[in-house]
Design a protein around this ligand. Structure first.
Ligand SMILES: Cc1cc2nc3c(=O)[nH]c(=O)nc-3n(C[C@H](O)[C@H](O)[C@H](O)COP(=O)(O)O)c2cc1C
Length: 222
């Protein structure tokens, strides 16, 4: 094994906003609602070669208000339902969302020095919508959902292999198999913030806050 690196020296050697040209962001040209801007930035992240730009941090709080976070995939976003993601309702995040149906999402696209932050109440989609969403995805996604027991203690990797093999076999043989605990969550934002990083640290932050049926926009100090 290589000798332990000096963590602090390593951290000091790393840079952010170190790409040749970060995009300019003029907030005066931003649309009246956040979704079109999010869609444009996601498409630009894809075009810039940002790996896995559709993954995001999902922050929740437990019944005591203590925070938690993990990575999940974005399944969609629209005006009516907001930003959607899927998981097992019995998982840790599922239990937290049942206790406190409010969450925050964080996207970071370093290829362009961009961050998007979304927060708001979370609801669950009808079970048919969750199953349809799952069955429109890959065999691997269905096999993962069918493996089940997410966030429960695992006695051995052999147990995981056995459950996963069985789940893959079911997913391949019966692609319409339901995964009953699989839940589609919808976060309807109260607030969406766009951050454009700048090499001179004059980062541009534009926040949209929902006010009844319209969005109010404002800038924030970086
Ligand atoms: C790139 C990536 C994408 C992931 N996507 C999902 C997802 O869409 N849904 C999910 O339940 N877990 C997903 N996971 C796993 C979660 O990060 C997490 O380990 C799992 O959901 C258990 O979280 P919990 O114990 O807080 O409930 C993903 C992990 C990574 C690294």
């Amino acid at each position: 094994m290589a000798p332990d690196p000096d963590l602090h020296a390593l951290l000091r050697s790393l840079r952010v906003w170190d790409v040749d040209a970060l995009p300019a962001f003029d907030p005066s040209t931003a649309p009246a609602a956040p979704l079109p801007l999010f869609t444009a930035w996601l498409a630009e992240a894809v075009a810039a070669g940002q790996p896995e730009p559709h993954t995001m941090s999902l922050a929740t709080a437990d019944e005591h208000g203590l925070p938690d976070v993990r990575t999940v995939m974005l399944h969609g976003a629209d005006e009516e339902h907001g930003w959607s993601f899927a998981s097992h309702r019995g998982s840790r995040k599922g239990r937290q969302l049942a206790a406190r149906p409010y969450a925050a999402l964080g996207f970071y696209w370093p290829a362009q020095g961009r961050q998007v932050r979304v927060r708001g109440p979370v609801s669950t989609a009808p079970p048919e919508a969750a199953q349809a969403d799952l069955h429109a995805r890959s065999t691997g996604a269905l096999a993962a959902a069918l493996t089940g027991s997410q966030s429960e203690p695992l006695a051995s990797l052999a147990d995981l292999t056995a459950a996963s093999e069985a789940a893959w076999a079911r997913a391949e043989r019966h692609p319409g198999t339901p995964a009953p605990t699989w839940t589609l969550y919808r976060l309807r934002p109260d607030e969406v913030e766009f951050f454009q990083g700048d090499a001179r640290r004059r980062h541009v932050r534009l926040v949209y806050r929902r006010e009844e049926d319209r969005w109010r926009r404002g800038l924030l100090w970086p």
